[in-house]
Design a protein around this ligand. Structure first.
Ligand code: NDP
Length: 515
């Protein structure tokens, strides 16, 4: 059966028009789903308002208990969820299991850390305002719209959903049209565990996502391509709806001369080819110190030679989930080869009808598409560099800035600090995504805002500051009863507090950033 990337509604009957999600492996229909239009989305957001009022009024502990109950249901049905992810994305069962497990871990962290990071706390009120008790807390925004991609249909949206829910918001989730079943599964199990649809789902194509941006939600958390991110932001600008944009990347690996080369090759291969290269923080470029270039390349090619993508049950690589991406991958490889690049593995014939074989490209010009644009396939370019400084410069010469990887024994942290990306893994790959307390997000074309960790919780809140007067101020500064004498006293106080810093203190040695 051939794959059809048919974006037209497939059924007109019943209360809703519906569309089908298809298996990228067989092209068979996995299930039919409602095609939700503007009115449906508006109704979902309206219903979510009631849920937000109830959910937001619960204590952190009460919400945590409910989220932990949901986590239990998901965990006990992990095999079922992994099977659905496998059916809709085509990724191997083991990868689906890993993805869902990481999503569960994030849910657990968000559920149990929201009180600590968002609850009311005292802050210093300063000498000038010593009569005030100052507190800050982080209040839920209300209803958050989450728009997710298909490549990690559990892990990626969970980075927004779990954190937004733990912060006290209701969520309306629009999954990718390629993975609507996973979205529905998550909402169904939430309702089962919690008893109310605080997490709800709307399904459909891009228009459904666009409707969600205009439906009056209090924030949109978007994960997807940079191009769609710009459209989402433009739509949200009409109503001043804040957005988090988690967009694409062009992540690089830097391999220093003292690196553990076997580990670096292993990590590069997995980072480039796992999930058939369809990972936002996947490895797409490698810069290797010239002293170890040949050895590293030999190891990488040797490890990659055994790796194949096919439809056998135990294949480590699945198909390309979105059929039109095959054209992009083909074009990037062709551009690299046309411009003097060489394929040490794979190459022009690597791109089939559904599967792409691992491809290792060398001698590729830095301004070619394979080096500059997100390929989103199991391909990687490897370049020789004279120094680590050159590797850093070339790594940073991109409009993206999502993740990065460094392999070095002596200089790992130092190199990591100099890379312009939201996240860096040192002597590992993509490890930052699995640490729930670390923020996840990018700079530049990779977007802005953060999911995961304390920053990810705060992303779905607004800061509420309260200054409560404890006793009458000695100086009536904010009153028309203020006199000239009070103003003189203010000047004396300011001189005492802030008047000494007339010259820069001598810095004995170079100030280094915290480590
Ligand atoms: P898309 O940008 O095509 O789609 C993302 C989501 O936006 C989908 O749900 C899509 O719906 C929806 N959408 C499409 N058009 C609109 C619109 N006008 N308004 C609102 N929503 C819309 O991305 P992909 O699904 O193809 O995902 C792959 C991309 O996601 C890659 O670039 C990857 O790097 C990035 N990504 C980033 C991550 C990160 O955390 N930084 C993580 C994972 C992926 P529909 O599918 O129905 O068209």
């Amino acid at each position: 059966m051939t794959i059809h990337d048919d974006r037209q509604p497939t059924h007109e009957a019943g209360p809703h028009r519906t569309f089908d999600s298809l298996s990228p492996i067989t092209g068979d229909v996995v299930a039919s789903h409602p095609l939700h239009g503007e009115e449906d989305v508006a109704a979902a957001v309206l219903a979510a308002r009631d849920e937000a009022a109830w959910w937001g009024a619960l204590t952190f502990e009460e919400r945590s208990a409910r989220l932990v109950a949901w986590k239990g249901v998901i965990t006990r049905r992990l095999a079922q969820l992994a099977d659905l992810v496998h059916q809709e994305t085509g990724k191997p069962h083991g990868d689906a299991l890993l993805e869902a497990s990481l999503g569960i871990d994030h849910l657990g962290w968000a559920a149990t850390h929201a009180a600590k990071h968002l609850g009311r706390r005292k802050v210093s009120s300063g000498l000038l305002m010593a009569n005030q008790a100052a507190t800050v807390e982080y209040r839920p925004l209300g209803v958050v719209g989450v728009i997710g991609p298909w490549n990690y249909p559990v892990f990626t949206p969970m980075g927004s959903i779990a954190y937004a829910l733990a912060a006290g918001n209701a969520v309306v989730f629009k999954p990718s049209e390629l993975t609507p079943g996973v979205g529905e599964w998550l909402a169904r199990t939430f309702r089962e565990a919690v008893g109310r649809p605080v997490l709800s789902v709307v399904t459909g194509f891009g228009d459904t996502g666009a409707a969600l941006c205009r439906a009056g939600v209090d924030k949109v958390a978007f994960t997807g391509s940079t191009a769609t991110g710009k459209r989402v932001m433009a739509a949200c600008a009409e109503t001043l709806t804040p957005v988090v944009i988690e967009a694409g990347g062009k992540d690089a690996v830097i391999v220093d001369h003292d690196a553990d080369l076997d580990a670096a090759a292993d990590a590069t291969l997995w980072g480039a080819c796992s999930n058939a290269g369809q990972t936002c923080t996947g490895v797409e470029r490698v810069y290797v110190h010239e002293k170890v270039y040949d050895e590293f390349l030999g190891l990488l090619v040797a490890k990659a030679e055994g790796l194949r993508a096919d439809d056998s049950l135990d294949s480590p690589l699945g198909p390309i989930t979105m059929p039109k991406q095959l054209d992009v991958i083909r074009a990037h490889i062709a551009d690299a080869l046309d411009r003097g690049g060489r394929a040490l593995l794979g190459g022009a014939d690597a791109v089939g009808d559904r599967y792409v074989q691992p491809t290792i490209l060398v001698d590729v010009p830095e301004d070619s598409r394979a080096v500059c644009e997100e390929t989103f396939g199991p391909t990687v370019t490897v370049a020789r560099v004279g120094t680590v400084e050159e590797a850093i410069r070339r790594t940073n010469a991109t409009s993206y800035g999502l993740g990065s990887t460094v392999f070095s024994k002596a200089r790992g942290m130092e190199i990591a600090e100099q890379i312009r990306s939201g996240m860096t893994a040192v002597n590992g790959v993509i490890t930052f995504a699995a640490v729930p307390s670390l923020p996840f997000g990018g700079v530049g074309d990779s977007g802005f805002g953060r999911i995961h960790g304390p920053d990810g919780l705060r992303e779905f809140t607004y800061a509420k500051a309260i200054a409560r007067q404890r006793f009458k101020a000695a100086l009536p500064l904010t009153s028309f009863t203020r006199t000239e004498k009070h103003e003189q006293q203010l000047v004396q106080l300011m001189t005492m507090l802030h008047g000494r810093g007339t010259t820069l203190p001598k810095l004995g040695r170079k100030v280094r950033r915290g480590r």
